[in-house]
Design a protein around this ligand. Structure first.
Ligand SMILES: Cc1cc2nc3c(=O)[nH]c(=O)nc-3n(C[C@H](O)[C@H](O)[C@H](O)COP(=O)(O)O)c2cc1C
Length: 146
């Protein structure tokens, strides 16, 4: 079974807690059904998300995500085959990061940037994944939105 890992960033149109809650609720329900795992980081409207699963399933799910009007500036940062899951414990882990946490991490500022040139020029290969792994530390498998 070919596994892929896809990482993208985007900007929420409205980042009220209720919107995030609804997104996470759907994501976890659908992902469990589709055997997709991952992590979603949010900070002040900026999203960094990783999806892992069978190639066809991830691509289909991402196509729906990309077309979702609740966010824009959807940029794929990486998509490649993996031999094992990095986020296998989460149907969709979640962490809401403060500006302070983002600011303390130089790579985070670029990965969470809203504009493509800023992301392209500054995010090293593997940089977005390293960040997701870093911030996923300590996120409980059942972490709630609020
Ligand atoms: C930032 C963001 C992240 C999302 N993550 C997921 C996800 O991990 N899995 C998922 O099935 N839907 C996710 N969604 C929701 C999808 O865009 C879509 O609403 C859902 O898959 C239902 O698709 P459908 O309306 O085509 O059935 C996300 C939406 C947004 C805005």
């Amino acid at each position: 079974m070919a596994l892929v890992q896809l990482i993208y960033s985007s900007t929420l149109v409205d980042h009220a807690p209720q919107v995030l809650k609804e997104i996470l609720h759907t994501a976890r329900e659908v992902n469990q059904w589709r055997d997709i795992t991952g992590m979603l980081l949010h900070s002040n409207g900026q999203i960094l998300q990783v999806l892992e699963g069978r190639a066809q399933t991830v691509d289909k799910t991402f196509a729906a995500i990309e077309a979702d009007p609740r966010h824009r500036n959807v940029f794929v940062l990486s998509r490649h085959a993996v031999t094992e899951r990095h986020f296998g414990a989460w149907t969709m882990g979640f962490r809401d990061l403060t500006g302070l946490e983002i600011g303390a991490h130089p790579a985070a500022q670029h990965v969470f940037a809203a504009s493509r040139p800023e992301i392209d020029g500054r995010v090293k290969p593997g940089g977005a994944l390293a960040l997701l792994v870093f911030f996923a530390e300590g996120v409980a498998a059942t972490a709630e939105v609020d």
